[in-house]
Design a protein around this ligand. Structure first.
Ligand code: PRP
Length: 207
């Protein structure tokens, strides 16, 4: 049996569709209910819906053999997993944004609000810029509007959230997309099964 951690939400539905097309369907997953675990014993596959930012934890600890996580989470938490495939979905970028009127004064410590403190630390350390990180858990865009921070480091997908809050991108840190990841021990013991899934899904990425 292969245990798959799917990120709950719109991205997860796209990911499941790729597994289905790859031959690992599990029709029960489409029933509208609050269940979190679904399996197809004949196909030897079990899916569970996990909060997207938790997928890497389930996989790193072996509760799931494989899963799909955003590159943002992999960069931020560096979980001990194999990254098998870029699924080319869930595309967005990690960016620095600020109010349009923002002018960086290199002399002053820059106040940076973000959920991604490690990514922000690394980015500014490489630039040799001194920063003060303000860790938030959501609605990051509010911080510079209220003067809590000078800039934010956050995910930009369509740019709508920034636009509607009079913020703009001042720099892209890294492009992001969803990745198929595997637990290292599972990959050792279930190599053939996991490689088959990765290959079938890989065909869809290329198509
Ligand atoms: C993410 C991100 C931005 C928004 C970007 O937030 O933090 O706020 O999406 O998308 P856009 O460029 O298409 O507007 P999310 O919806 O995950 O909620 P959050 O505020 O809890 O981070």
């Amino acid at each position: 049996m292969i245990n798959v951690a799917l990120p709950k939400g719109r991205l997860g539905e796209k990911v499941y569709a790729m597994f289905e097309k790859a031959g690992y369907e599990c029709p029960a997953i489409k029933e509208v209910n609050r269940k979190l675990v679904f399996e197809n014993t004949q196909k030897q596959i079990r899916y569970f819906w996990v909060k997207p930012s938790d997928v890497a934890i389930y996989v790193a600890r072996g509760a799931a053999d494989i899963g799909v996580a955003g590159k943002d989470i992999l960069l931020e938490y560096a979980p001990d997993v194999y990254e098998l495939l870029d699924l080319q979905i869930g595309k967005c970028r990690m960016a620095v944004a600020a109010p349009k009127s923002f002018h960086d004064n290199g002399e002053k410590t820059l106040k940076v609000a973000t959920k991604f403190t490690n990514i922000a630390h690394r980015y500014y350390a490489d630039k040799g810029r001194e920063i003060d990180i303000i860790k938030l858990n959501g609605s990051i865009e509010l911080a510079p509007i209220l003067g809590l921070s000078d800039v934010i480091v956050d995910i930009v997908e369509t740019g709508a959230t920034l636009r509607e809050n009079d913020l703009e991108v001042f720099g892209t840190i890294v492009p992001i997309s969803a990745r198929l990841i595997a637990n290292k021990a599972s990959f050792q013991f279930k190599t053939a099964e996991i490689e088959k899934i990765a290959a079938e899904i890989g065909k869809q990425v290329m198509a």
